[in-house]
Ligand binder design. Sequence first.
Ligand code: UDX
Length: 437
Amino acid sequence: MKNIAIIGTGYVGLVSGAGISDFGHKVTCVDISKNKIRLLNNNKIPIYEPGLDELVKKNMSKGRLIFSSDIDNAIQNNEIIFIAVGTPQKENGEADLSYIESVSEVIGENLNNYKVICTKSTVPIGTGNHIIDTIKKYNKKKIDFDYVSNPEFLREGSAVKDFLWPDRIVIGTEKQSTFNIMKEVYRSLIINNKSLVHTNVPTAEMIKYASNSFLALKVSYINEIANLSEVLGADIHQVAKVMGQDGRISPKFLHPGPGYGGSCFPKDTEALVSLSKKEGIQLKTVEAAIEANIFQKNHMVKKMKKLMGGDFSSKKIAVLGLAFKPNTDDVRESASIDMIQEIINAGGSIKAYDPIANISMSAIFPDIDYYESWEEACKDADGVVIMTEWNEFRGLSLEILKSLLKEPVLLDTRNIFSIEKLNEFNFRYDNVGRKHL
Ligand code: UDX
């Protein structure tokens, strides 16, 4: 069993730390935020992620998972150091590598014996070399170390499942001996025959960006086809379903919606485009995916405005779903932000409800009204827009919804309601790529 330190207890670091300790390794998760570490040591998980609570508690109680704010000590006393700090987006679209930079310095300063340094954070292709150089610069005693890129493919809302049952594990390292050490880390998964891929560092870094950008592109593509379908009388559900029956296409990520959000697609597509521009290489497809996504978010606002008779002023609109997707409290880049902002700008007011993301959204919109149930949010509203496909909304009674609303007006940006039912209850409705008024 290995002794491992994970620097950064964001959702990648925390899920990876809990998952790796579950394989039997001894893991120390560290963070500069003393508050976060205090919360974690008091059994409080700072993010909402299904299954994470149980996984953390189980491994803490077995003594395999500990939390600390002593980064120096964690580096000195462990043999594998994972870097899992944030790489937020800068104004110009590039990834902000300042946290990576400072962690690399600290690692260099604290090297006291041979270690494997492994980056899990999503970093632009080529960053590996920079991390190695920075560690070397601060590694005054010239202690030997090796570097690995081990990108994560965790989806928020199913990150624990994705970690414990991955489609693939990518280990980017030039050396076979380092690959063998990393193989030991993931031994439990390899026993289950999960595909372990050995690449060089830039290839591993590229796999991450290429995968996320491709998925973003797929979503933007189906959104555009949905927009065209609806004006031509085609039904996007059937179009997407049958497209997905072609094994070369696959049915996944073909659900049209209000535009992708979250902490990865928007940031990673921008970072890849920015990198391609620097290198003088065209990346027109990814640029188009970004543009189509901006259009899509705006298109939803226009649809809602049209349903409301062309004007939001003095209208009370219920917004159901604030998170960028279900099963997370993350609202970063969520299409609901654009919707809320535009309604407010046009003089309307918001009655918001999300099963768990009310608090996160209140950091962005502190002055709108938040409710504890969809029923309260919809009561006396002039219309309702569904922004996130929470299961709770899929099952809601259209009869009750209609009785609560002042007017039966509904925009279903996730296509969760049956058109037949909406017609049966005489809703004035719209959706994405299906029948509409
Ligand atoms: C993504 C990648 O899937 C994951 O592998 C990577 O590690 C991090 O980025 P995540 O951002 O958690 O994960 O969410 P994901 O499930 O991929 O959805 C991203 C966005 O696309 C969401 O806003 C979602 O609503 C939207 N989406 C997804 C669609 O609109 N339609 C789809 O068919 C799929």
